[in-house]
Design a protein around this ligand. Structure first.
Ligand code: ADP
Length: 660
């Protein structure tokens, strides 16, 4: 439901006057030529003038004689101008009571605008707190302080001390002001007015409690309660809107009886200081971020070599937080190794010369911590005048780099060794391959000659020729097998195999090619011994061990071969009374191309591949091979393989026999 807006009631002039008379504050209205047009009941009481008498009179009748010519204008105009500058805040005004006494009044001046009819309106309030305001008119309000502009009625010519005081106040690089109680501004210097973005004339008489900045108002209140106080903040001028970072100190001002009769303020523009502080904070934040996040360790020491700063990276090396270091010396933090490091610092301190990239092995120095290797640089930190303020040090963890370098050297050595082994191998291999070729071609030439002459061919020559051919084939097979093993491709074709039979066969073949020398004794097992294996490869293992036993037993003697089943394992041994193997070499025996030290001193042919191939074959059968040996007394090679039953239990049904 829409409600009708009530019609604005026409206010009768009489009713309006009744309203004015009902007001608690005194009200005075003047026209543009400063004639009093109207005053309300409260004004009548305050000024002691009956309305009928004062209305129509010039405002100047209310102005005390000494303010009649106020700054070459009228007091009313001055107050009006000031009102515009102080944004309608109250000010202290001296007015004359009908009896002639001066009243200190708090006034708010306003006007209806410059367009006619212009009316100036004053709202007045008596200041009962001002002691003897009537007895000593205005002395407390617009008091003639030495630095205040001289005006009519100045009590006396300034003394020398007062002039000096004025000089100091006027030239101080700070804003200075004085206020009474209540806090009307009594006096201030130009610097203060400048800081607030206005003029001194506009400020004088202003009631400081009407300032917009409540923190300033609180400071004024506290000062009037007799305490010193401080203000720091961005003061925004109401009139200009200018924002100035200010710092102010307020102090109460007491009379001889100790009563607080006002206060003083000292105001400082801290714009530059703030900017410098901000710049410094930015610089510090930047520096501390750099310090903290730098991937290197950093520390600063004072001239007594105590930690002033240390970044997290360096502090963490010992597992202690950075705070634990501050104020302590290196020996205090690191123990004896710290003494040594401190000597370097002292050297830099004494000579003023930096020490660059000192390589430190923490373990050797006895330093605990996560960095094994590091480089330390130490340098003096100087003030602009060259004085040494302290020392800085930069510590870099070089553990990774050092290890990489060591690894690189190791790899280089290994590569060089591999090249050497390869070169040796090529020399040996070509020699080894040629060794059976020469007698073979000799034998074949003899046989050829005999055939030409029609002489009978002897079986032993043919056998020996075949022996050389077998040797050659074995060498070539070893080379091929070795490269197959390297590429993971040595295939097995397992089948149930009588190992005792295989050994007997290998011994027979070996003996058939062998010239007189050693004897081979096979301790035949009582029961047949079967394994799941590749007969071709197992024969290779047995032949190799047997050939080695013969080859490395140059002084003759018996080679003992044994075979037995122990539980789930079949154990074959080949023992010889030969040259033996140095104990420190035994663990390398099954490595590719390895040849024991003692074989190179005698000229035993070989490529160092046989045992390497044996180990691979045995391992692929699920077995193991090892040696027991003593230099000069002979060697025993052991081959352990799973029995047929054990292999079956592991792998299930027997695979079909395969052909090679
Ligand atoms: P090769 O005999 O061709 O050098 P092997 O791999 O068969 O290669 O043997 C490797 C090395 O092991 C031999 O060079 C030798 O030093 C040592 N060795 C092997 N068998 C015996 C053995 N029965 N007595 C002494 N040393 C042996």
């Amino acid at each position: 439901m829409r409600r009708e807006k009530p019609a604005v009631a026409h206010i009768e002039a009489d009713e309006f006057k009744q309203w004015m008379d009902a007001m608690a504050d005194a009200l005075l209205v003047c026209d543009d030529v400063e004639h009093i047009l109207y005053l309300n009941r409260a004004a009548e009481l305050l000024l002691g003038w009956p309305r009928e008498e004062l209305q129509g009179q010039s405002f100047s009748v209310l102005v005390p004689p000494r303010f009649q010519a106020w700054k070459e204008g009228s007091l009313l105009r001055h107050l009006l101008g000031k009102r515009l500058a102080s944004a309608g805040r109250s000010t202290l005004v001296p007015l004359r009571h009908r009896t002639g006494a001066e009243l200190a009044l708090e006034a708010v001046v306003s006007h209806t605008g410059k367009e006619p009819p212009e009316r100036v309106i004053l709202t007045l309030r008596h200041l009962p707190e001002v002691p003897d305001a009537t007895a000593e008119p205005l002395e407390l309000g617009l008091a003639p302080y030495p630095w205040q502009h001289a005006h009519q009625g100045l009590a006396h010519a300034p003394t020398l001390a007062e002039r000096l005081y004025q000089l100091i106040v006027e030239n101080a690089p700070l804003g200075l002001f004085h206020f009474g109680n209540p806090p009307f501004l009594i006096a201030c210097n130009d610097q203060f007015a400048g800081l607030l973005g206005t003029t001194r004339q506009q400020l004088l008489g202003l009631n400081l409690l009407t300032l917009r900045d409540m923190r300033v108002v609180d400071c004024i209140r506290v000062t009037l309660q007799g305490q010193h106080t401080r203000y720091e903040g961005n003061y925004v001028s109401t009139t200009t809107g200018k924002c100035t970072p200010l710092r102010a100190h307020f102090a109460p001002f007491r009379d001889e009886q100790g009563r607080v009769v006002g206060g003083v303020g000292i105001v400082e523009d801290i714009t530059t200081q703030r900017r410098m502080e901000q710049e410094r904070d930015t610089q510090l934040a930047l520096a501390s971020t750099l310090l903290r996040t730098a991937p290197v360790g950093m520390a600063f020491y004072d001239t007594r070599l105590r930690f002033v700063h240390i970044n997290d990276v360096l502090a963490s090396v010992t597992g202690q937080p950075p705070e634990a270091y501050i104020g302590h010396t290196l020996p205090e933090m690191l123990g004896p190794p710290g003494i040594q490091l401190e000597q370097f610092l002292r050297h830099v301190m004494e000579t003023g010369q930096p020490l660059e990239r000192l390589e430190v092995n923490s373990r050797e120095m006895g330093l605990l911590g996560t960095w094994e290797y590091s480089t330390i640089s130490m340098y003096p930190v100087r003030a602009p005048d060259g004085r040494i303020l302290g020392l800085g040090s930069v510590v870099e963890d070089t553990t990774g780099a050092k290890r990489a370098e060591q690894e690189r050297l190791r790899l280089l050595r290994e590569a060089q060794e591999a090249v050497r082994v390869r070169d040796d191998f090529l020399t040996i291999a070509s020699h080894e391959l040629k060794t059976p070729l020469t007698p073979l071609s000799l034998r074949l030439a003899t046989l050829e000659r005999k055939l030409e002459r029609g002489e009978p061919l002897d079986a032993s020559s043919l056998q020996q020729a075949r022996g050389h051919l077998v040797r050659l084939t074995t060498l070539i097979n070893d080379l091929l097998d070795s490269s197959r093993i390297e590429s993971g491709g040595l295939a097995l074709h397992p089948q149930p195999t009588r190992l005792d039979v295989l050994i007997e066969h290998v011994i027979r073949v070996t003996e058939s090619f062998r010239e007189a020398g050693n004897r081979i004794a096979f301790h035949v097992p009582v029961r047949p011994i079967e394994v799941m294996g590749d007969p071709y490869r197992l024969e290779q293992v047995i032949a190799n061990l047997l050939e080695n036993a013969l080859k490395y037993s140059p002084d003759g003697g018996t080679i003992h071969v044994s075979l037995e089943a122990r539980g789930e394992v079949v154990l074959m041994t080949v023992s010889d009374p030969g040259i033996g193997i140095p104990s420190d070499q035994q663990k390398h025996l099954f490595e590719r191309h390895f040849r024991a030290r003692n074989v190179s001193t005698h000229s035993y042919g070989g490529l160092g591949l046989g045992l390497y191939i044996c180990r691979d074959i045995v391992a692929r059968h699920g077995g193991s091979i090892w040696v027991e040996s003593e230099v000069g007394r002979g060697s025993t090679f052991y081959v352990a393989l799973p029995t047929l039953q054990a292999s079956r239990a592991l792998t299930g049904p027997t695979p079909e026999p395969q052909m090679h």
